[in-house]
Design a protein around this ligand. Sequence first.
Ligand code: 13P
Length: 258
Amino acid sequence: MNTRRSMVAGNWKMYGSGAANAALVDGLRQGLAGLGAAAGAVDTLVCPPFVYLAAVAGRLADSGIALGAQNLCAETGQGAYTGEVAGEMLREVGCSHVIVGHSERRALYAESDEIIARKYAAALATGLTPILCVGETLAERDGDQTSAVVARQLDALIAHCGVAALGRGLVAYEPVWAIGTGRTATPAQAQEVHAFIRGRIAAHDAIIAGSLRVLYGGSVKAGNARELFAMPDVDGGLVGGASLKAEEFVAIVAAAAV
Ligand code: 13P
């Protein structure tokens, strides 16, 4: 038994509209209220696209559901960075968290371990809690490279930000082959990598490793959440597709409350 609080976070990716988001948030509020005290045992977070953050923040008021962004600029403050959004701006519109280094950003937007570490540092510098995503591709898993890839991703962060920075954020293990594919890691596969992540960090600082929350992401649904979250080193989930359906997301939160 550990004392880490579970978190269930929804990454809405590039989905939604003003009307759809309003309906989703209202459904979440109603569904989570229906869980009663159980909902209070889990931290919940939604991460809409940038342009909807302010509206969703308003709709979430007093719900206990936190707001996060999916990305941020590696530079802080203001500046000539066309198309970028600074951590301070995310804070101003109500974000407490930000996802950093999602595999879609690594693969489709060529984000390197170094830029991701700089974004993580920018999040901390602006008062945001970063959620660092790590994970291997199918080819890397098949090539027995899972540990090496995850170690490289973590080591780059620690080299740039220092291990103490991990004490102020979360890590999400998201095997790329399980994202949006319907193919979830088995609980044993997830546990193995989560334990590896914790061990890698423990080599630097056992206290930080012990209190760090490591979320699992990749085709989490109401039907598989409970067995994943039952693993000793799985502290909740980072949910994509299923976070767009209020009923599914609420059921996943309920699974984390057990
Ligand atoms: P899916 O839950 O749709 O597989 O997405 C996972 C993910 O990428 C969350 O960040």
